[in-house]
Design a protein around this ligand. Sequence first.
Ligand SMILES: Cc1ncc(COP(=O)(O)O)c(C=O)c1O
Length: 396
Amino acid sequence: MSLQNPVFIPGPTNIPEAIRKACDMPTIDHRSPLFATILHPAIDGCRKVLKTTEGELFIFPASGTGGWEAALSNTLNPGDTVLAARNGMFSHKWIDMCRRFGLNVTQVDVPWGEGLPVAKFGEILRADTSGTIKAVLATHNETATGVVSDISGLRRAMDDADHGALLLVDGVSSIGSMDFQFDAWGVDVAVAGSQKGFMLPAGLAIACFSAKAVAASRTATLPRTFWSIDDMRKGYAANAYPYTPAVGLLNGLKLSTEMLLAEGLDQVYARHARIADGVRAAVAAWGMAPCAATPDLYSNTVTAIRTPEGFDATTIVERAAQDYGMAFGTGLGDVAGKVFRIGHLGMLTDAMALSGIATAEMVMVDLGLPVTLGSGVAAAQSVYRRGRPRATELAA
Ligand SMILES: Cc1ncc(COP(=O)(O)O)c(C=O)c1O
């Protein structure tokens, strides 16, 4: 593996030099006014990225999985019922965590490559007249399949069903790269991780709670210590944590949110959409298709690419690492060996994306797949070319 090449795994993502430097700082007292000048701007910056003025946001020294645990343990009681769809590895793992917590899961199985079944969820919620379901879990962007789900549509379905369940959303591979509207979509808990759209190393779980979720936390009895938002709130009030915070990462997060906001969230989303369009154009030129079933489900942060029947897609990832020092994502769970993934999120430019597309193409030709050298690159170039009017510019 070459340290010179960008990575094309769907997180951890490439880290801008300035953020790496911001993370690398001398020890400071983590209960001091100096720490406050890192902590509070990092929290405020994240709230802006999540588009919330109402949510209360907490940052745990953890990965995204910890954010899931914070969402569940602060809002639910043992034996509570939650509604969730299993449409990929990450929704699968969150469901597994629910079961380990002793929650009842009403699980809707969805073919991998499909999105969250909003209409079906609406039906289930309408039928739940006694309000047994306490929370609806939604994975905004299923990183295993490159499928995005409609969270605002889900909120409408919950409202139409007049159901009071909490809406808990995994935004680990969408937040900071694709539009996410905590307030406008009526999200009750949103979870993100530092190592994807925020362009940091892994190590911070970001969890934002609505007033309704905070109210639920006052009576929720699932056990929690490390994940307690009550303890965290008390810590923050004293410019501290209930334990030792990851100060360097928080300093990096402060800078990361400044960078995202300086670029402009709409520009960040447009950049991700353009890069993703180029990757998808390359995939089509290779005669392949995304795992995502229909274009409305296409993720702008990761594309899972179906390889021809009988071919082990994992060999592409292995050979890319071995022969070209470049990292792509393997297929996970039900689609292991059937897809390989190109992550295209975080610090990425058109030119960087072209290097990944070119390398994937070389590997596939090396492996004897019926791909023409240069075909994917040319297709992506035609999307990235500056001379070409772009949809976002035409709309402006
Ligand atoms: C959508 C999604 N949710 C949750 C996770 C788990 O996050 P972590 O690996 O940071 O614990 C991931 C990791 O890739 C993810 O992509």
